[in-house]
Every structure is written in structure tokens, then in C-alpha cells.
Design a protein around this ligand. Structure first.
Ligand code: NAI
Length: 397
């Protein structure tokens, strides 16, 4: 037992601990959203989620379990609690997921380790074979800063840089809470290749190949990976930058996997382009925090201010179960970001973008909402949690 009062600890903007009760509330709220929005459906019995502890992956796992009654295997990389120190938020999210799943009679399995490694892939295959059954759905939702390549042993560090030209833009200096100009230098060829190695499609392909080889995919099995396109203000750093190169590679992998799965199993692979939301991964991308401070108030006014769970409810209910082909673009990608990219939304954002400075940041944008959303990711500033009360931190699922 390790009962303690958990006060938020920060290093710069990053939060270095997590609150188990806040994380539990966040998970319970997402479960409640799914229950209210997806009338319980069949069609997904066994689902693997790679990157299942936070953000879009966690929301996907919750939608599969509470929307469809699916058995889920979640793979993620999180720090457990140790000697009075709290675990990471994704660890506590998973504890809360398992507690709720047990309560509701849903089978759930979790693997904490490096999803890029052969060892974790082999352990996942073993669990699927022994405890679950052939998979109907594989969600690929990793966001990682580095990858140790399982064949070469080489370490690839991703770089969030432009390709070709340097790019200058406004951004929020999160430490000083001011609007500043940054210049992001272009990546060299190695940095581009490394980013593709981490965030591109090779590891997704390795997962699917292993599952195919070992007959662990059900007839008609589907796999989906998540991508982002975003508005023009972020293109130099996102879509046209190193991360965009990795996403292009991921999209190429999706076409390749789609051909193989449809031939072998009558299955499919596709990309879902999701809306920008505050997650640990997105907050680390230069310029994006400013965009994520301006976007929510505009979306609240014009409609479509969705959280990851709302996006995943639409993906699961409307596309995976409802087969709504209106969600697809001409390249066959699911476009959950369509509301974000509406011209009137982007025009409103562009107007704020040119005006915003350090003095009017709180007035013109919802920077405070961005900070709160970021703290929420770690279980802090969550409504209804008594932060003065001691809580058990040495939790396990
Ligand atoms: P996140 O940071 O919330 O989640 C990342 C997940 O990957 C966590 O479960 C983490 O434990 C896991 N992970 C990281 N390294 C790992 C490793 N080596 N082994 C096993 N697990 C590992 O990120 P987020 O934002 O949910 O991103 C997921 C996907 O969604 C990414 O492909 C991202 O590009 C995409 N996306 C995100 C958007 C956003 O605005 N946040 C928008 C559109 C797409």
C-alpha cells in the first residue's frame, strides 16, 4: 500500500507524475460517453490496440470494449509505480480500464513493453492464441519518440522538423506562456529517414505480417492506423515536414496491407485521419499548442468540438459498424477531421492567428483550456477529484 496525497509535479511544461483518481475519472467518463452513444453492437469479438494507454488508442480500446463487448488486448509503454513515485498516466488509465472491464464482465489483456520489439510481438501473439481468438480488428495508434529497430538494433530518433526550407511561425512558449516566433530548421536526410523509421509504416507491417503468418486474423479482419493532415498554417512543420513524410509512408503501407488482407482474408487496411486533440504526443509538436489553443473555441462556436472518444465513437459506430462511405475521401481514407478542416473554421482560426500576441493570448484564444486539457491528461485538474485526499498509488491491473 502507498497511500499519499499526490500533488502535480512539473518539469517545464511537462508533468512528471500522474493522479490515479483523475485518470480513473477520465476513463470512466469515456466509458459513459460510449455507453450513451453506441447502442451495444456485435461484429467485433477480438481487438488488438497497439498504443492503447492514452489518447486515440485508449479511446479506441474503450469504444471496442463498451460499444461492441470485444475482448481487447492493449499494448503500450508505461512506467509502473515505484517506491512512492506515481506511475505514468497511461498506466493508471489501464488500471481503471481493467477495473471497469472486470466489473462489466469484459475480457481484457494488457502488455506493457516496447511494441517495436520482437519479444512484445511474440507475447501478444501468445495471448491472442491462448486467451482470445483470431482478431477482427487491429488498431495501430503508436506515437513514439524513438524506435530500436528489431532487425538491425539501430536506434532511430524522430525529429520534428521541416523538409527543405526553414520555417518561421508564431508559437506559444509554454514555459513563459507567451507568444514568440520560432524558426524550425530543415531536417537532414538521416533525420528524415529516422522519423520515417519511427512513425512510418514498417512496424505496422511487421505486426500484420506476424499475425497473418500465425493465423491470428479472422476472415474479414480490418486494421487501421491514424494520421493527421491539419490546416495550412501547420503544413510546413506537419504535413510537409518530417512527420508528414512518416505519415505518407504509413499511408503507402496501408495500401499495401489492404491488398494483402483483401486477397488473403477478404479483409482490409485503412487510414483514419483524425482531428487535432491535446495529447502528450501532439503537445510536443512545435506550433501545434498555439493551434490547439485557438481551435476549440472556434469549434465550440461552429460545432464539432470533439474529444478523442467522440472521434472514436464515430469511427466505430458510423464507419466500422455502420459502413458509412460518406466518411471516406477519394483516396479511401476515413476523414474524421472533416469538421476541423471546414473553410469557415480555418478562416476563423487564421484571423486569430495573425492577431494573437503575448498580451491578448488569454483573450483571443483558449490557452487556459489548452493548459487544463494538458493537465487532465495526467489526471490533474479533473472535476470532482479531491486532490487533498490521500490516494493509493501502488496500483496494478
Ligand atoms: P499518445 O501520446 O496519447 O499515445 C501514444 C501511445 O503509444 C501510448 O499508449 C503509448 O504508451 C504508446 N507507445 C509509445 N511508444 C511505445 C512503444 N515503444 N511501445 C509500445 N507503446 C508505445 O498519442 P496520440 O496523440 O493518441 O497518437 C496516436 C496516433 O494518432 C498517432 O499516430 C498520431 O499521429 C495520431 N493522431 C494524433 C492526433 C492528435 O492531435 N493527437 C491527430 C491525428 C492523428
Amino acid at each position: 500500500m502507498a497511500m499519499q496525497v499526490v500533488e502535480q509535479r512539473k518539469r517545464g511544461f511537462i508533468c512528471v507524475n500522474a493522479h490515479p483518481e483523475g485518470c480513473r475519472r477520465n476513463v470512466e467518463q469515456q466509458i459513459a460517453r460510449v455507453r450513451a452513444s453506441i447502442p451495444r453492437k456485435d461484429g467485433l469479438r477480438n481487438v488488438l490496440v497497439i498504443g492503447a494507454s492514452t489518447g486515440y488508442g485508449l479511446a479506441s480500446r474503450i469504444a471496442a470494449a463498451w460499444g461492441f463487448g470485444a475482448r481487447t488486448l492493449g499494448v503500450f509503454f508505461e512506467r509502473p509505480p515505484k517506491e512512492g513515485a506515481t506511475a505514468t498516466a497511461g498506466f493508471y488509465n489501464t488500471v481503471a480500464f481493467h477495473d471497469a472491464a472486470r466489473h462489466d464482465g469484459l475480457a481484457a489483456f494488457s502488455l506493457n513493453g516496447d511494441a517495436f520489439s520482437d519479444a512484445i510481438k511474440a507475447q501478444a501473439a501468445e495471448i491472442i492464441r491462448k486467451e482470445m481468438g483470431p482478431l477482427d480488428l487491429v488498431i495501430y495508434s503508436l506515437a513514439a519518440p524513438r524506435r530500436v529497430h528489431p532487425r538491425t538494433g539501430q536506434v532511430h530518433d524522430s525529429a520534428l522538423k521541416t523538409v527543405g526550407e526553414p520555417f518561421s511561425s508564431k508559437t506559444v512558449d509554454l514555459k513563459h506562456e507567451s507568444v514568440v516566433h520560432v524558426t524550425i530548421e530543415p531536417a537532414n536526410e538521416k533525420e528524415i529517414a529516422d522519423t520515417v523509421a519511427v512513425m512510418g509504416g514498417e512496424d505496422w507491417r511487421m505486426w500484420v505480417e506476424l499475425l497473418l503468418e500465425q493465423d491470428l486474423l479472422a476472415p474479414g479482419a480490418r486494421t487501421v492506423a491514424y494520421s493527421y493532415i491539419g490546416p495550412q498554417v501547420t503544413w510546413p512543420i506537419y504535413r510537409d515536414g518530417t512527420i508528414g513524410r512518416a505519415k505518407q509512408d504509413l499511408e503507402g503501407t496501408s495500401r499495401e496491407l489492404n491488398a494483402r488482407l483483401s486477397e488473403r482474408l477478404g479483409g482490409s487496411a485503412f487510414i483514419s485521419v483524425n482531428k487535432a486533440v491535446v495529447t502528450q504526443a501532439s503537445a510536443a509538436i512545435p506550433v501545434v499548442p498555439l493551434y490547439l489553443s485557438i481551435l476549440p473555441p472556434v469549434m465550440r462556436k461552429l460545432g464539432g468540438d470533439e474529444m478523442p472518444i467522440d472521434q472514436m465513437i464515430r469511427l466505430f459506430r458510423d464507419f466500422l459498424a455502420g459502413q458509412d462511405r460518406n466518411l471516406l475521401d477519394e483516396e479511401g481514407r476515413v476523414r474524421l477531421d472533416a469538421l476541423e478542416l471546414r473553410p469557415q473554421v480555418q478562416e476563423s482560426i487564421a484571423k486569430v492567428w495573425v492577431q494573437v500576441d503575448s498580451d491578448n493570448l488569454s483573450r483571443l484564444t483558449d490557452f487556459n483550456g489548452f493548459k487544463r486539457a494538458f493537465d487532465n491528461l495526467f489526471g490533474f485538474a479533473v472535476e470532482g477529484v479531491d486532490y487533498a485526499a490521500p490516494v493509493e498509488t501502488a496500483l496494478r491491473w
